[in-house]
Write a new protein. Sequence first.
Length: 304
Amino acid sequence: MPRNVQSLGEFGLINSVKKYQCPTSFVVHGIGDDAAVLQLDAGRYQLFTTDMLIEGVHFTRHAPAKLVGHKALACNISDIAAMGGLPTCAVVSIGLSPKLTVRYVQDLYSGMSALAAQFNVSIAGGDTVRSDKLVINIALLGEVEKKCLVLRSGAKPGDMIFVTGPLGNTLRSGKHLDFMPRIKEARFLVEYFRPTAMMDISDGLAGDLAHILKASGVGALLESDMIPINPGATLASALTGGEDFELLFTIPSTCGKELIDYTKNQNRFSFIHVGTITGKAGKCLLKDRQGLISPVVVKAYAHF
């Protein structure tokens, strides 16, 4: 009997279709990171990412339209940040119910436009189709200097693990709709501290750290007391809740200590040390307040 999509799961499905890529010399790095990396010129790469939001999965009809529009673009800008780049140009494809009001659609685009203006992103076009549920898909281009590109695959044993802000409870608090992509933080990091691996947190700290560990062939030890948690959140929700859209990154320990000192002496950015990369490939462990160490159960959100 043929297997169905649910039997493979989201990431199993992605792995099963990788063989249908059509690689050329134009594609520097394809499936496996927050954005595809393409050739651009002698000093820069072009970044290309896309995210789809669906009513009932990523937002509800009761959510303010401007915030839904904000989130749709912010998810994509966050992917560009995770690669160390700057966003440039987007196209928006949207599936609409004929019963939606014109004002609602205008508010969606108003939310996108306001965020686009903050990051100097041009919304250059797109497509509209009829749909029973509201569906928004944005494709976004970006650029990054070749020396500043960060992938998920560069973490080394001894590297320190950081996040850019508190985690957990995003759905109840509404942070999943009005978060700000960490472009400024990412650009600061690639210029002064050169992360060895980086991605944004969309599926929980444990789930997304697992992607870095797999891509880099390393393990990790997280410290429960060091993980920053949003008000009303639990450690479990910080590890597995998702939709935080903070940056998760690794840097060598010497740079990490400098970054900790920098964070103590300024109010511009937040960089929180949460653990260390180990040589135990694929193993993610958690040390609790009593010093007991146990495996982290990766239970991130998956679509299938």
